[in-house]
Ligand binder design. Sequence first.
Ligand code: ADQ
Length: 744
Amino acid sequence: MKRILLFILPILIIIAVVFTVFGIFQVRFEEKLAMDDLQRKARAVAESVELSARHILLNNDLKSANRLAESFQNRERLQGCVIYDKDGQILAITERISGWKQKDKPYIKDILDKRDSRGALEQLEDYSVYSYILPVLNDDDSVLGLVEVIYDTSYMFTTLATLWKRISVTLIVLILLIALVALLIQRQIFILPVRRLTQWFSHFQRGDTDKLRPFEEKGEFGKLISEVEQVALGLRVARKVVTEEAHVRLQKDELWTEDKLRDLVRAKLGENALFVVSNREPYLHVIDETTGKAKCVRPASGVVTAIDPILRACGGTWIAHGSADADRQFVNSKNKLGVPPDDIRYILKRVWITKEEEEGYYYGFSNEGLWPLCHVTHTRPIFRETDWQMYKEVNQKFADSVLEELPAKNPFVFIQDYHFTLLPKMIKEKRPDATIALFWHIPWPNPEVFGICPYQQEILDGMLACDLIGFHVQFHCNNFLDTANRFIESRVDTEKFSVVRANKETFIRAFPISIDGYMGAKSAKVDPVQVGKIRKEFQLEDKIVALGVDRIDYTKGIIERILAIDRFLEKYPQYKNKFVFIQLGAPSRTHIKRYHELMGEIDDLVEKKNWKHSEGNWKPIIYLKRHFSPEEIKPYYALADICIVSSLHDGMNLVAKEYIASKNDLSGVLILSRFTGAARELTDAVLVNPYSIEEFSEAIKYSLELPKEEQKKRMENMRKIVGENNVYKWAGDIITELTGLKKS
Ligand code: ADQ
């Protein structure tokens, strides 16, 4: 609309200006004509009464003078006549204009002196009149008196106003006509072809090639369209070639890499790009408190750590909640942007939700309900009906946003986590051809625990619209199958590991998630200057360093970790002044009371234990409570002799894997909670029960005193596991499984 206005407005302005100037000239011309006409008439009337007036003035015949003046009483436009004596005094005046007597007439004296006639517009009371004055002369040319004729001019102004009105109406009609014609022309030559081109592109974009019709545009626009068609054709051919090459490369049996996953996606999914949905977005635009400027950060989230490398490798679209304060500044009109910002590899589409929705769906139902329900850590889940309603609404909002993006044929949607249990069904109802996988990043509890959720039926019903549901470990798969068997009308096939409900089969599989990036020679490199800086800053030069890296969450066992360190120092005071524990803690979900309380508890405990054990400058615990970028975390992993992961319950735990992957020199020991998914793979870690503070503190001592050779052997074994089972393999396994299921 703005463009159309830009096009039409200058034309309309020019026409309006030309018409107005023309109107002014026309009216002036008409006004002059009317005045001339009036003057002519007035003069003729004045001259016609001159003779009678002369006679009256010579005889000083007042009676005749009055009769003469009154003879003008009933004329229509001629308002009246005035007879003056030689001194300019009124002798007789028509009754109708008797108000004229009071008027100040400085020009009378001038006319008497110069004996010239005068015609001019004058004001009589509140209306305009035309006055024509003719001197009456004697035979000797002396002035006997004056005759004045007064004409009404209002008819003249009425005529001019009518003329103006006519010009204005013509102008308006003309402007409307031109605007209409311009709109029609613009629609025909510009809007319709652009609309056709946009539709064509949209079909092309969605892979809906059946609907692609050739264009038949001529002229410059036709040339542009023809160029666009060539580019599109080139793209399709290129995609096809890439897919075929990918098939060939996949035959080679080698370690999973970014390239191998890219080949797999191209070979298996072809033109149907990947659509990932999660609550947390991989890149947030936040306002930096110190500079006041927006900056891009990666959140502390296991889901982001795992999924970002996959989309970087394969491209596609990631749909997530735009939750940061500056997020809206960086999206285009479709709420999308290319990420990572410095090396664009895929599209991030941000979905906006209101504060009220975020409160109910995210903080309430997801994190006060489902999160504690699935993590058996003795924090009571809270289920509020209002939160559930918001959860449903936001799932629907995401479904609408996903459906807008899906290509025409067989799209592949990969949903992340417990925030979207209803989403699979909402998408499947509209797009039964879509292949949907859901990965559950947290544990799945046994049926007794899940049974307390008031919305169990709807949740299971929503999830079972998926083709595949993935968990980290087989134990969680078994729990899910038991839950489905118990709470929803379905048939559980224990041989195929699937659930059949209303003729729809959903496969349940374990895919242990992992990491990328740390294993490659380049990405594993850490700047020794950074490491040295940290050692100097915290006086770690001669210390044994233990490290914890977590989102601050009650499931991560941070309190238990500090209690174990406290107990370790109580029992083994010889380690005082030699041992330091660094905890990097990213605050998360701080609006939730339990998380808020936990932050306070950790602060108090750190302070108390540091006070208890500190000697001189040394204190045992360094607590750095903030968000760190992945690059900032790496030097901490590098300098840590021990990494402590003590979750009370954890789906997988990627910090454990990041630590192992960063240890190129095979140094270091991992203390790992038995209650993490990672503990099933990383059996060479020192496994602990974080609830047993005594056992935990012994494990710290054991790790510190583990012979170097033993440390190396364990680290080597674990690095092999993490290296071979990286996140590309994880994604590759899911895609292979899904495409395999579709064929069978
Ligand atoms: P999370 O509970 O978020 O993930 P985790 O797997 O440990 O937990 O991943 C945390 C990520 O955040 C890691 O990449 C870590 O480096 C980063 N991180 C931790 N502390 C940070 C800090 N202070 N600043 C910045 N970044 C920090 C959920 C499940 C897990 C599962 C993952 C993936 O709870 O069990 O492993 O998803 O499926």
